[in-house]
Design a protein around this ligand. Structure first.
Ligand code: B3K
Ligand code: ZN
Length: 879
């Protein structure tokens, strides 16, 4: 099939001003009557055919202004309804469809999760409910009447405000009518029917309007929704103060379901969530889970302005709402928690998920120009890199201009379907600056490499920094224009930051220096600092001011200086990571040459100092956590041998654990629980450090460590401490581990979200019999290929979290995942395609594994009946 292309965009020929839906819920035969108020678009083509999208539909009846249309004459197929010559004036089209929600295993359109009915329409699910102009630039006002058996679905929800409800057939059945006054695209439509437990609260907006809040969960889980409700209220208040955005309807509902393809969905006034991002209690959710709930609740809520009030003209503009909304939720979480720690976590996540995407065959622009299957573009590039681009924009133009640009965007584009160009133009205007070159971040894929060099001239007391940027070719892009890269920097001396002073001949503007943000907008650029009393250590890319790879030949002594003295907390952490990564890369080379891992007491001692100072436990936990195996593989870039990486990392962990055993034990003891449970950042930080210390201690002192972990496992009354202890115990094969896994299962068998953790932990054991264990777990009564969370926890965790076993030298990991992808593709193509994307770094592997991974991909490609989703990923992966 031909791809969809951005350059082919045309305004719709018809508009749909109003949609009246009448939905009679039934497990296998739900009836939908859709009444559409259609008119020709003055900006469209006159006399064009009206082509409505469908996906597996069957129309039972169609009328135009009340007159029945002969179904044979309306060019009707499961995927399309065409009126060859529709009236060139406003008219009403009524379509009746019947669908089977129970048979919907793709979880797109109307489907069932447990006994509840729910919908997912983004991006193209509405066409699985009724024929429609299913594109985001067609905005309509929806009125939705839902009817159902009261016993099956006492709760009936849709977007907007409830305007009517009542009984039918003496109370056996009932109905509800919802009306959403805000015109919206079909992808934001939602409907829920079910028997759920509800938690209610209210929020008073800054202008004094009262909003009824509801969170609807499985019966019995109501207390587990308290944190989500709290996060929702904090999100609503924060958007008013941070962005001046107030909520606009009388109600805001959140429904949690257990079968969901992704995290959550921002449907207007009716967010539908994967229950993983709603339900939390200290005994079932980790601190990381709490943080994710807070972030996802905020993210979906913030979409009300960035996504819903201002939506996307077409799906190429997806980052317009996603990048911006991720940027907003990062800012929110940073304000709620520690900004420094949050930045480190965000950058770790960006590097783990987005950098490999940008470095491999699936690389694409933040604003793509073509796609075969839009579902495959809900990626780390669109979301996380999209957010980084906005963050850079703020660094470049400054906070005040950024705020003016945001307000301009909200004022000018409210109620419209906008583009990236619209968005950028607001900031160009607010900052009075040409942003054409900056916009290349949207149009060029790949992670730029910045090479920096510094030279100190003792006689002249000057320090010169020279920067060069390089961009490798990416799919479809052989040559790239230079990026505009903001490099926040400082010079660190023995007593901390030195004042920055430059001469006029430098070319660096006074503004750049006063803000300490150097703009690398050419292939190379130099800057000379004056009055530098002694050789400084440059601290570059502070706060990770741009999503690039930075290469600066700092000496080990320089890195130790930065770890100890850099005023930028991100770069103190980065210096420790850089040091570790360097060590590990050398060890990997040694191991592959038949030698041993490298030791470096200087590095270990530096970590020891950090550990003993530890005034900020959450930050210290980040400092002592080594780069992951995937991080090291990424730093290598090519000829990757995951076994050598694992051995090198393991050896360093052992060396740290042995050498710092006393310090780790004392940090462990100092950060014991000291009061009633709180999920806040301070308490979570203490647990994070305690558990990071336990992990390293176990690596260095396996016998003593296992004893300590077992004690923590027995005594734990929080999931954070329980799963950390289980993870530590899982490091060593044997009856202690197997016993603990059994105990854990028995303790939590009733909590699906906790059992997900049990599956994931086992999937990540780096031992040769793990694949066998997984195959056995797939036959476990609690496993199901139907439930996306389960698939992600067992198979997804294996493919992305178990580097050595997924990349087993005999290819068994690849074959296994490929087999699951093919099975799953029959049921849920979206989740199958997502799983297949785990192969995205196959080209960077050493030759033997590369050959085996390619063979597995080729076997998939050779299958006859692939979904569009899987076909697209496999073809691009091999392309
Ligand atoms: N907008 C949804 C994602 C929809 C994904 C469809 N495959 C969630 C979010 O980003 O908020
Ligand atoms: Zn989003």
């Amino acid at each position: 099939a031909e791809p969809v292309r951005l350059k082919d965009y045309k305004a719709p020929d018809y508009l749909i001003d109003a949609v009246d839906l009448d939905v009679k819920l039934h497990a296998t035969a739900t009836r939908i009557v859709s009444r559409l108020s259609i008119r020709p678009n003055p900006h469209g083509r006159r006399d064009a055919a009206l082509v409505l999208d469908g996906d597996g539909l069957n129309a039972r009846r169609i009328t135009l202004d009340g007159e029945a249309i002969d179904l044979d004459k309306a060019l009707l197929s499961p995927d399309q309804l065409t009126l060859a010559a529709p009236p060139q004036r406003p008219f009403a089209l009524e379509i009746e469809t019947e669908i089977d929600p129970s048979a919907n295993t793709r979880l797109m359109g109307l489907y069932r999760s447990g006994s509840a009915y729910c919908t997912q329409c983004e991006p193209e699910g509405f066409r699985r409910i009724t024929y429609f102009l299913d594109r985001p630039d067609v905005l309509s006002v929806y009125t939705v009447r839902i009817e159902a058996d009261r016993s099956e679905a006492p709760l009936l929800l849709s977007n907007g405000n409830l305007i009517e409800a009542g009984d039918l057939e003496g109370g056996k059945r009932h109905y509800a009518v919802w009306r959403d006054p805000f015109p919206k695209p079909s992808y934001l439509f939602a409907l829920v029917g079910g028997d759920l437990g509800s938690v209610h609260d209210e929020f008073i907006t800054k202008s004094g309007r009262k909003v009824a809040l509801g969170i609807h969960v499985e019966h019995g889980k109501e207390p587990h929704a308290a944190y989500a409700m709290d996060a929702l209220k904090r999100s609503m208040a924060w958007d008013e103060t941070a962005f001046g955005r107030e909520y606009d309807l009388d109600v805001f509902n959140i429904v949690a379901v257990s079968d969901f393809n992704m995290g959550a969905m921002e449907n207007k006034g009716l967010n539908i969530f994967n229950d993983k991002y709603v339900l939390a209690s200290p005994a079932t959710a980790t601190d990381a889970d709490y943080a994710h709930i807070e972030a996802v609740i905020a993210h979906e809520y913030f979409h009300n302005w960035t996504g819903n009030r201002i939506t996307c003209r077409d799906w190429f503009q997806l980052c317009l709402k996603e990048g911006l909304t991720v940027f907003r939720d990062h800012e929110f979480s940073s304000d709620m928690r520690s900004r420094a720690v949050h930045r480190i976590a965000d950058v770790r996540a960006l590097r783990a998920a987005q950098f490999p995407e940008d470095a491999g065959p699936l690389a694409h622009n933040v604003r793509p120009e073509t796609y075969h299957e839009i579902n495959n573009f809900y990626t780390a590039t669109i979301y996380e890199k999209g957010a980084e681009v906005i963050r850079m924009l703020k660094v470049l133009i400054g906070e005040a201009a950024f705020a003016r640009g945001m307000n301009l965007y909200f004022d000018r584009y409210d109620g419209t379907a906008a583009t990236i160009e619209d968005f950028i133009s607001c900031f160009a205007e607010a900052a009075n600056r040409d942003l054409t070159a900056f916009s290349r971040w949207y149009h060029q894929s790949g992670t730029p490499l910045v090479e920096a060099n510094g030279a100190y001239d003792a006689a002249a007391r000057t320090f010169t920094l020279e920067f060069r940027q390089f961009s490798k070719p990416t799919p479809g892009q052989d040559h790239k224009e230079p990026f505009v890269i903001p490099i926040a920097l400082g010079l660190v001396g023995r007593d901390g930051d030195l004042p920055l002073k430059v001469g006029a001949q430098n070319g660096a503007s006074a503004l750049e220096i006063s803000r300490a943000v150097f703009e690398l907008s050419a292939p190379s650029r130099k800057i000379t600092f004056l009055d530098v009393p002694s050789r400084p250590v440059p601290s570059l890319l502070r706060g990770f001011s741009a999503p690039v790879r930075l290469d600066y030949p700092a000496s080990e002594a320089d890195l130790i200086t930065l770890i100890a003295h850099d005023s930028d907390s991100f770069n103190r952490w980065q210096a420790a990571q850089t040091y570790a990564s360097r060590l590990l890369l050398r060890s990997v080379a040694n191991i592959r040459a038949g030698g041993e891992a490298r030791h470096d007491q200087g590095f270990i001692d530096a970590l020891g100092v950090v550990l003993n100072k530890s005034s900020d436990p959450a930050y210290t936990a980040q400092m002592i956590t080594l780069p992951s195996e995937a991080d090291i593989a990424r730093d290598m870039g090519e000829d990757v041998d995951p076994d050598a990486i694992h051995a090198a990392r393991d050896a360093l962990r052992q060396a740290i654990g042995k050498s710092l055993a006393a310090g780790l034990l004392s940090a462990y003891a100092r950060h014991a629980e000291n009061g009633p449970y709180s999920p806040d950042a301070e308490a979570a930080g203490r647990r994070a450090l305690r558990n990071a210390a336990l992990d390293l201690y176990c690596a260095g002192e396996p016998v003593e460590g296992a004893r300590l972990a077992a004690r923590q496992f027995e005594a734990a009354d929080t999931m954070t401490n329980e799963i950390a202890a289980l993870g530590a115990l899982a490091q060593r094969a044997g009856s202690l581990r197997e016993g603990a896994l059994d105990t854990f299962y028995r303790r939590h068998a009733a909590e699906a979200l906790v059992i997900d953790k049990w599956f994931a932990l086992q999937a990540m054991i780096p031992e040769t019999d793990t694949l066998e264990r997984i195959q056995k777990l797939m036959r476990h009564a609690a496993f199901s290929l139907q439930n996306p969370n389960r698939v992600r926890s067992l198979i997804g965790a294996f493919a992305t979290g178990n580097q050595t076993r997924f990349n087993a030298p005999d290819g068994s990991g690849y074959d296994f995942v490929a087999g699951v992808v093919l099975d799953l593709d029959q049921k849920n193509p979206q989740v199958a395609a997502r799983l297949l994307a785990a192969f995205k770094s196959w080209r960077s592997l050493e030759a033997k594994r590369r050959g085996l991974a390619e063979a597995a991909l080729r076997r998939i490609a050779a299958e006859g009946a692939l979904s569009a989703d899987v076909k697209d990923i496999v073809e691009r992966s091999l392309g």
